[in-house]
Design a protein around this ligand. Structure first.
Ligand SMILES: NC(=O)c1ccc[n+]([C@@H]2O[C@H](COP(=O)([O-])OP(=O)(O)OC[C@H]3O[C@@H](n4cnc5c(N)ncnc54)[C@H](OP(=O)(O)O)[C@@H]3O)[C@@H](O)[C@H]2O)c1
Length: 385
């Protein structure tokens, strides 16, 4: 549908991102905030505030719903209701999209409305739209990169200052880069949702979130960073997936990257995400992966795309994608409080405070680390790139 009148938007949420979207929309003549729903209304908001989603769903003058309340409920019910009512939905909610991907994509297709979530992976980076453009023209064979600003800030701070994980986390929270409860950032759950959405669009299918192997950075210590500096490596939390024969590999893990890899130089809370196309090779996208205005910018870009005629999701392919990480092998740095039989058989080199293993598969070492934490809760692993 091409618009010949201003887009009328219902804005669900006036928090960090929502208020940024509201501000951007005040400057537009081709879009208007018809109403908003919010528990707390920031000063300066002049649009009507409605109390019930039903008021929005039954208002035929509203064509687009922007969901920026976050979380699964009531976001799921509200987004489903909006799509069912024939309204375009633009959301920044990676949790919602990763969890209910097939159902929401199928529903938007059935109703012939747009479902866009560019801000859900990459924050302010036009990553999903670029990925979609590439995937339409040629096979994407790999995705990889730094997709979480909070963990990048913490790792970068630890490398720069030599300080502790706790101090770096505190600083991230002081600057607003980490939430009061940062668990989903630190344990990799947040980045996993982004990798799932990206992989679905890249390879044309549906990855089950639980099948993606994940190791976060919550167990990293300053002694690890000191060891990596002596090795001439930089630790980054890398998300990666690649196309294999009949399946994909998909995993997230702390990785020791050499200075020759651009990921090693990514500072503060920035992201660097790359795709590799079969013929075009590698393309990388760098920028702010979070924050009010960068994220609101991508929400606004989605509105502009819908205004320009986009009336679907990035792909409509919904075949299941099997994940198998057993053929991806690398050496790993391991810090643990003892050497068990499995580790003993795989030692390549003893370091001051850790061990370098011979090449082992992602499947094997992720399973080992999870088991090992039952007796050594601070066990930390990082792959050597
Ligand atoms: N912040 C970022 O940089 C960023 C980056 C990429 C993606 N995102 C995604 O964007 C979404 C929003 O994030 P945010 O950082 O803007 O969160 P936020 O600051 O917590 O804002 C959410 C807003 O929604 C309101 N809300 C929550 N439940 C509601 C309900 N049932 N009815 C009405 N209002 C409700 C909240 O009100 P109260 O404050 O009163 O609870 C709050 O104002 C999330 O899905 C997040 O993952 C955020």
């Amino acid at each position: 549908m091409k618009y010949n009148k201003p887009m009328r938007i219902a804005l669900l949420g006036l928090g960090t991102v929502g208020y940024g979207v509201y501000e951007f929309l005040q400057k537009r003549s081709d879009m208007e905030v018809a109403c908003a729903m919010s528990l707390v209304v920031p000063d300066g908001v002049t649009c009507p505030i409605v109390k019930s989603i039903d008021e929005i769903l039954s208002d035929e003058s509203i064509d687009t719903v922007v969901e920026v309340i976050g979380g699964l409920h009531p976001a799921y019910e509200w987004v489903k209701g909006a799509l069912s009512a024939g309204k375009n939905v633009i959301t920044a909610n990676k949790l919602l999209i990763a969890r209910h991907y097939s159902e929401l994509v199928a529903l938007s297709k059935e109703r012939g409305v747009a479902l866009r979530c560019t801000a859900a992976a990459g924050g302010g980076i036009p990553w999903l739209t670029s990925l979609k453009r590439c995937a339409e023209q040629e096979p994407v064979i790999r995705i990889s990169g730094i997709m979480n600003g909070t963990t990048n800030f913490i790792l970068d701070t630890m490398h720069r200052t030599g300080g502790s994980f706790a101090d770096a986390l505190k600083e991230a929270q002081r600057l607003g880069y980490a939430e009061a409860n940062p668990a989903d950032d630190l344990n990799g759950a947040d980045i996993r949702r982004k990798l799932v959405i990206s992989s679905n669009i890249a390879y044309g299918g549906v990855v089950n979130e639980d099948d993606v192997a994940v190791e976060g950075i919550e167990h990293i210590q300053d002694v690890d960073i000191a060891a990596f500096k002596r090795m001439g490596r930089v630790c980054k939390l890398i998300a990666a997936s690649r196309k294999l024969d009949g399946c994909i590999a998909a995993y997230i893990e702390p990785s020791l990257v050499p200075p020759s890899m651009p990921e090693s130089a990514i500072p503060d809370n920035y992201n660097l995400i790359s795709l590799t196309g079969q013929h075009i090779g590698k393309q990388s996208f760098y920028g702010q992966g979070a924050g009010r205005y960068p994220t609101a910018y991508n929400v606004l870009q989605d509105c502009v795309d819908v205004l320009g005629g986009v009336d679907c999701f990035y792909t409509d392919r919904l075949e299941p994608l099997r994940v198998d990480n057993s053929s991806v092998e690398r050496p790993y740095y391991v810090r643990t409080n003892g050497v068990d039989k499995w580790l003993q058989a795989r030692i390549d080199k003893m370091l001051d405070c850790g061990i370098m293993t011979k090449a082992v598969s992602v499947t094997e070492i992720h399973a080992w680390a999870k088991e090992r934490r039952k007796t050594d809760s601070s066990c930390f692993i990082a792959s050597l790139r």
